[in-house]
Write a protein that binds this ligand. Sequence first.
Ligand code: FAD
Length: 419
Amino acid sequence: MQSKQQIEAQVRQWLTENWDPESNLVEWRSMLAQSGWGAANWPEEYFGKGLSAEMSTAIEDVFAEFGAVGTAQTGVRMLAAVTLLEHGNHEQKRQYLKRILTGEDHWCQLFSEPGSGSDLAGATTRADLDGDEWIINGQKVWNTSAHHANYGLLIARSDWDEAKHKGLSYFIIDMHQPGVEVRQLRQMNGHASFNEVFFTDARVPRENIISTPGNGWNVAMTTLAYERRSFDRSRDNKRSKQKGRIFVELKKELDISNEPYTWYPQRAGRVDLIMQRAEETGAINDPVQRQDIARLHILSESAKWTAQRAKAAQKAGKPQGPEGSLGKLAASEVGRLAARVHTTMSVNDALLTGPDSVRDGVIAEILVSVPAGSIAGGTDEIQRNIVAERVLGLPKETRFDEGPFRNVQRNSAAKDSGK
Ligand SMILES: Cc1cc2nc3c(=O)[nH]c(=O)nc-3n(C[C@H](O)[C@H](O)[C@H](O)COP(=O)(O)OP(=O)(O)OC[C@H]3O[C@@H](n4cnc5c(N)ncnc54)[C@H](O)[C@@H]3O)c2cc1C
């Protein structure tokens, strides 16, 4: 096995020979994908080097040293990548993974429905096999970035006679086809990151199923585990300020793929602004507010340690532990407390938006964005259920949804579609 220093030396040499800021972005990333250095912890057969996550971090540091652009890592595309790596077949991995790394494809996650969010396994969007195609009918909602996506990760019910969790299948769907209608939704913070997606006889080639018919729930668990683990991943585009053709193209790409996420730092509560605001408003001298600021600091630092523990376990190749759900819950608590502290410090100004408001309306945006953190990727209540049942081993909730899904009680619109 090669040492970290040997690998770093190889990356340095490769970058010295190949990195050129005047390259075309997609061509550069294509070369990077072929070299395996752009996703070094992926298998060698699929654009990686089969190295550990720890080595990958060391390689990223060498890229940073050179100021070199890496592979595309933002948005739902990484959910698609981890899902395909674990459950996709050889052809799917060869077809989609490279274009994920080059940033050519945008993806969205088509899981939630008006009648099944927390109860994801209750999905009633249907997939009916017709010759070599699956015909998709139904509605999804809350789908971040669907308005930019050319592919979707879709869960749909392919068997109504199987039990709830066993009748689902997981598909890759082309978003730019007749029968797929994407409608943007406006949120209370003014942004429009989500969509409703309607399917009317949309078509999925038979080979676009991930895993096997009826195994969709297991595949979805991989997607969700990764989503919960990466709830605090930041999306920065500081490299785009560097000079060269590639950075101009990178900025264009990030402007599109980061657009639905511009409010995500506010959703996390902007703990980074707390001390500055405490100085500006004089809250730093208020004994009651100081208590809350200290509590927030303690909570936020201990949440970082949980995240570091999760990362360390991942690097050591250990299976996912409870840190995903615990970390997500901690992030919700931090966000909520941060919103309260910001609001108490800014008083009436916390409600103002627009250019002449405090910090260009950021405090108001925090206030109306923080609730999203307790909902996205599984609500706080659902995370508590997971911790209670799977980590602490407490008795499971009483179930009323066993037996063939066709007979399970659900809302009437969903029932009709199962006829
Ligand atoms: C920022 C953001 C981004 C998102 N992006 C996507 C996306 O890209 N793709 C996608 O498919 N979805 C996405 N979602 C949707 C998200 O996954 C769902 O909103 C979430 O799973 C909750 O479902 P729901 O909204 O239907 O709420 P419901 O399931 O209707 O829940 C309503 C309330 O009931 C509680 N509840 C429900 N069941 C239980 C239970 N068994 N025990 C205790 N309490 C319960 C919930 O905690 C909640 O408080 C996103 C949501 C947000 C906020």
